[in-house]
Design a binder for this molecule. Structure first.
Ligand code: NAD
Length: 477
């Protein structure tokens, strides 16, 4: 059982007058941690204290900030096992996946430590006697509000990029994974000057209080509804708002594609992390020619998964994050069935403790169903049969979201049409996951705004000043 503490104004254990919340293990409902809840007043004081530390951190040499971030990455590495175990205990994912998320986070911290000092400004060609240049500066105070589904990897991206560019950060991890957030903040803080990083814990009300403060940037990774509330708050305060939000990523399967390989891809995209990945496959448009064999093979994949607590070796499908989320997932599945969809496997709430939900394949879906159009964020594969690749692309493009999309096709011209036509940030051809290091995309529509990762995130956390210098009186120095 963990006891989480906040970090405000460089002091661990500060505040928490807003009460306490208890986190439970979604595998067996056992208590994992007690967590303080910040009051609005504490949030205000934390922002004020952070503002007080901002000028010194901004004036630190970029190379020194980079060295601090490397030391922070070392500290996270030393805590890696504990971080992975806490993630699994709090949100249920298989331990190996949790370890992978921690390793990804450490890698991101190191990348930003290397890239931070390399990013300069521009010199300009002004008058002969003048000096004109553009130089990046920190934005100041950054609020980083993060989700639970891959808590270390996501948080390290925002925190690493914001810190190395010279911003002070108020970190508000998800109320579903506060232990992971606390362990991460402890490791990072051990390598940073006091006051540069703050940790506020609690639920939506703490996030809302933070987003309503006079900070310079609010960076939010989470649901679309929350992102919109934060954008509205930013419009009132003038803070820059960076949003990486929900998605309903399509998978379009062309005719002529091997249906068994397509099922492997779909199973990976739909069921990894129990479907709780921002770029999980959320809807499948399969060509009629291969649909039957594809669905049969996908059902086999779903039924072959080893289900269990994430901490048990060999588990491939852990529980969902909690029962509230399970109700949301099951509600969408039952609504689709009521509208004529057919469950081929799964779709039933299991007996017993925890928030387990089976890998579920739903056939005979229609594009208009909420299960298809909305984000489900569960281990569910809704299948819509289409009569042409064009129809699949049209349906894929018709979405309130614009995060990512995958097509499986043997046709080069179809592959090129797909990446040109799909209005999303990332297009993948013939692989549901993957991509080169350093790639960064801008989500579209309900999926957010701004770069949430990659070298471009360093620019998002910086602002640019243009300077023009002349000698006095138009003469010489
Ligand atoms: P969420 O938006 O409910 O919560 C995320 C964070 O926002 C939490 O810390 C929460 O306390 C806080 N929050 C909630 N309401 C708030 C408000 N009104 N004002 C300010 N803060 C508030 O999201 P979640 O359920 O934790 O995460 C799942 C969602 O995150 C999914 O939609 C998923 O697609 C998305 N996600 C997106 C990406 C991406 O890169 N696009 C990555 C991971 C997760």
């Amino acid at each position: 059982m963990y006891t989480v503490a906040q970090l405000i104004g460089g002091v661990w254990g500060a505040g928490g007058e807003g009460g306490e919340l208890v986190v439970r293990d979604p595998a067996d409902d056992s208590p994992v941690a007690t967590v303080p809840v910040a009051t609005a007043d504490e949030v205000g004081k934390a922002v004020e204290a952070a503002r007080g530390a901002a000028a010194d951190w901004a004036a630190t040499d970029p190379a020194e900030r980079a060295a601090a971030l490397h030391r922070a990455a070392d500290a996270v590495e030393a805590a890696a096992d504990e971080l992975a175990a806490a993630t699994t205990a709090e949100m249920g994912k298989p331990l190996d996946d949790a370890r992978g998320g921690v390793a990804a986070g450490i890698g991101t911290l190191r990348q930003y430590a290397e890239l931070g000092p390399l990013r300069g400004g521009r010199t300009l060609h002004g008058g002969h006697g003048a000096l004109d240049f553009m130089t990046p500066e920190p934005r100041g105070v950054v609020a980083a509000i993060t989700p639970w589904n891959d808590p270390v990897a996501v948080s390290c991206g925002l925190l690493g990029a914001a810190l190395v560019t010279g911003n002070v950060v108020l970190y508000k991890p998800s109320e579903r994974t506060p232990v992971t957030g606390w362990l991460l903040a402890r490791a990072l803080d051990s390598a940073l000057p006091a006051g540069v990083l703050s940790l506020l814990t609690g639920g939506a009300e703490v996030g809302a209080a933070l987003a309503g403060q006079e900070v310079d940037v609010v960076a939010h990774v989470g649901s679309t509804a929350t992102g919109r509330a934060i954008a509205a708050a930013g419009a009132r305060t003038g803070a820059k708002v960076l949003l990486e939000n929900g998605g309903s990523d399509p998978l379009v399967i062309d005719s002529g594609v091997d249906p068994v390989w397509a099922a492997d891809q779909a199973a990976l995209g739909c069921f990894a992390n129990a479907g709780q990945i921002c770029v999980a496959v959320e809807r499948i448009y399969v060509h009629r020619d291969v649909a039957e064999d594809f669905v049969d093979a996908l059902v086999q994949r779903a039924e072959a998964l080893t289900v269990g607590p994430g901490r048990e070796p060999g588990t491939q499908l852990g529980p969902l994050v909690d029962r509230r989320h399970r109700d949301h997932v099951h509600g969408q599945v039952t609504a689709a069935v009521a509208e004529g969809a057919r469950i081929r496997t799964g779709g039933e709430l299991p007996d017993g403790p925890g928030a387990f939900y089976p890998a579920t394949v739903v056939a005979d879906c229609r594009h208009e169903m909420a299960l298809v159009r909305e984000e489900t964020f569960g281990p569910v594969a809704p299948v819509v049969v289409v009569d042409s690749f064009s129809e699949g692309l049209r349906c894929a493009a018709d979405s309130p979201y614009g995060l990512a999309a995958t097509v499986l096709t043997g046709s080069m011209s179809h592959a090129h049409r797909a990446w040109r036509d799909l209005p999303v940030g990332t297009v993948k051809v013939n692989a549901v996951f993957g991509g080169a290091p350093g790639g960064a995309a801008q989500p579209r529509r309900g999926s957010g705004q701004g770069f949430g990762y990659g070298p471009e995130l360093l620019d998002e956390f910086s602002t640019v000043k243009t300077v023009h210098i002349e000698a006095p009186g138009g003469g010489h120095w």
